[in-house]
Design a protein around this ligand. Sequence first.
Ligand code: ATR
Length: 283
Amino acid sequence: MSAEPAVPTAFVVGWPIAHSRSPIIHRHWLAEHGIAGDYLRLPVPPDEIGGFLRGLAEGPYRGGNVTVPHKEAAFAAAERHDPVATALGAVNTLWLEDGRLIGGNTDVAGFLGNLDQQAPGWDAAPGPAVVLGAGGAARAVIHGLIGRGFAPVFVVNRSRDRAEALAERFGPAVRPAGWEDLPGLLPGARILVNTTSLGMKGEPPLVVDLAPLGADALVTDIVYVPLETPFLAAARATGRSTVDGLGMLLHQAVPGFERWFGVRPTVTPALRALVLADLGVTA
Ligand code: ATR
């Protein structure tokens, strides 16, 4: 049994973890609500994550977030899962119920909450969607889009087998595709989402000819450093609506905070500005 910390405490565990902005978000909410609590970054390497997760039921934490590369390990370690975690096979939020470790996934809520806040009505007339990339983040985006009635969801990926694996996971609504198919998919798309790492600081830009995309299609990116990726800048330059990825990070944090600290927090412009300042990004 670990010693109880002085105040209710949650964590984010990953490897590496130094870059995580989650402590800024949760400490901001703790201060905003006058809660005496804490939120820590815990670096845990892959060969130690199993033992770390098994020990959580003994305390001392209320729970925590799980990030790369431990989301599947957290899924395996949790005794029970919420429906989204089950659908995705990945856990990003852990909490305790009656001494049992429960795993949830709030990435879908983060993706949807961001669009609901930044582009209200974006899902009023769902139709075909195009998702670029087939990694872990794509899973959450696809699940969210299907849940809001978008179909088919075309998954465009460099490695075809990963796109096909997602079609197997999610069923016939998901159609695997290659980059060469993209020009033919864009005219019908209601929404275009980048979930690849292209466009992130230090990575090559994502270059897509957006000319075939409908003028009223929404374009969004899960990358948030830089805040406006070259992909989003190109979409905005042609008059299309765009939503950046920072809100997904902020909104995915909401359900965890509520579980651990008992208050449902709000994603405000002040929180967004705080995280942007820490990222060294100008809005
Ligand atoms: P995450 O879990 O954050 O989604 P990931 O699982 O590493 O990260 O997935 C990264 C995605 O970016 C993948 O779809 C990857 O394509 P592959 O599956 O073919 O690797 C995509 N990606 C990364 N670099 C790319 C590049 N240079 N060109 C095309 N796609 C790229």
